[in-house]
Write a protein that binds this ligand. Structure first.
Ligand SMILES: *Cc1c(COP(=O)(O)O)cnc(C)c1O
Ligand SMILES: [Zn+2]
Length: 398
């Protein structure tokens, strides 16, 4: 197997960089960098039907991932998560075709596994032995799991009120964990400083070009699992936005290779009303978001007041004819209960947020109840036990 990686390109100024060197943001303009592939050759040589014979992990798309030698892959079995139809929830929302891609079934129980498997694999290929990350929660746990597997030393900066499960999964891996009195943006500054001091590779969201490649595999899987015809809408809980911009990139690549036609899903970006920089920028018609002050939400994964890829998220949402919208934290808890009781799935609050958003999107006419809709459950509710109280009616009595 051979990767079609050709170079690294800046998404803002278009400058090209050598794919054989370690990169972070664009050295010219600070824009987000994307790996680019020789899609012309891939279109001729890479027959998507070979996928039928490959392992059910995200590495089935190896040719379109940025690792050169497959020996450098650091894997715990991430990706190729199932898509389920959730018809009882659909009935509750009075719609017809509702599906969930269940990312809680990834290693470390969230979709962060995809990005970090890609980034740590690439770091390993470069011979890097020390890595650092700022994390609102799940990214830290995923990073340290892959770093441990790769034999790397790892550092994590996390808000001290991040979910207990995330703190503990980092801690048990033997990584160095610094709990800080602040938000992920503050953690980002400390992580960058330490990276400078100790010569660590900082795998902060979209500040290096490899994590997004892991996350884009969701887009490939959605196409493959829906037999190469994308759903009408995708609802995505947005923090740093790696997943939504990654899926959009995957759709571009697949269209270039002739794997899918030009019909794209409407992309909906969901945030909590306690931290909604992307929604504000969307509503104000801007391409960049202002930092959100006093960010607060129970959905730790989307408590992200500043996103470097804000312009890419907004572009995907606008180009697709979707929108960005907020939901309340209370509605997330309500939907967590509803999904668990109707479908047997323990959603994370971020995943539950997509269902709350869906109700709004039907009510305001953004979506028709007959459309084929896919939501992403980005992680497991088991990481957020603090949010769940024992229901008074759950006790048996006689
Ligand atoms: C990180 C995270 C998100 C947000 O993902 P981005 O790609 O950063 O937008 C959503 N849900 C969960 C559970 C997360 O951990
Ligand atoms: Zn640039």
């Amino acid at each position: 197997m051979k990767s079609y990686l050709i170079h690294i390109e800046c998404t803002l100024c278009g400058v090209l960089q050598d794919a054989g060197k370690v990169h972070r943001l664009c050295p010219e303009c600070g824009g987000v960098l994307y790996p680019r592939y020789d899609l012309k050759s891939a279109a001729k040589e890479f027959d998507r039907d070979v996928l039928n014979y490959r392992d059910p992990t995200m590495w089935r798309y190896f040719e379109l991932l940025p690792i050169i030698d497959s020996k450098n892959i650091v894997t715990l079995g991430e990706g190729f998560t199932p898509i389920f139809e959730i018809s009882k929830v659909a009935k509750e929302l009075n719609c017809e075709k509702l599906f969930v891609k269940d990312e809680s079934l990834n290693p470390t129980a969230s979709f962060k596994a995809r990005g970090l498997s890609a980034a740590i694999s690439k770091a390993s290929e470069f011979g890097i032995s020390k890595v650092t990350i700022p994390s609102a929660g799940n990214a830290g746990g995923a990073m340290t799991a892959y770093a441990s597997k790769a034999g790397m030393e790892s550092y994590v900066f996390m808000p001290k009120d991040a979910p207990e499960a995330n703190q503990k999964e980092v801690s048990i891996s033997g990584a160095k964990l610094e709990l800080i009195d602040g938000l992920i943006s503050d953690a980002g500054k400390l992580s960058a400083q330490l990276a400078e001091e100790l010569d660590l590779f900082d795998v902060s969201t979209l500040k290096e070009p490899y994590r997004v490649e892991g996350k884009k595999t969701m887009g490939y899987e959605i196409a493959e699992q829906f037999d190469w015809s994308l759903p009408d809408a995708i609802i995505y809980p947005t923090g740093g936005g790696t997943g939504i911009v990654g899926m959009w990139k995957a759709f571009d690549e697949m269209e270039s290779m002739g794997w899918i036609d030009g019909k794209r899903p409407k992309m909906f970006s969901v945030q909590s009303d306690g931290c909604a920089p992307i929604v504000k920028a969307f509503e104000d018609g801007k391409n960049h978001a202002d930092p959100w002050l006093n960010a607060s939400t129970i959905a730790a994964g989307i408590r992200v007041p500043v996103a470097v890829a804000d312009y890419l998220i907004l572009e995907a949402v606008r180009e697709s004819g979707g929108k960005a919208l907020t939901v309340t934290d209370e509605s997330m808890i309500t939907w967590m209960k509803t999904v668990a009781s109707l479908e047997g799935m323990f959603f994370c609050p971020e995943g539950a947020a997509t269902l709350s958003a869906l109700k709004t999107l039907f009510d305001d006419g953004s979506l028709l109840r007959s459309e084929r809709i896919l939501i992403l459950n980005t992680g497991s509710g088991l990481k957020y036990l603090e949010l769940v109280t024992l229901a008074s009616n759950s006790k048996m009595s006689n």
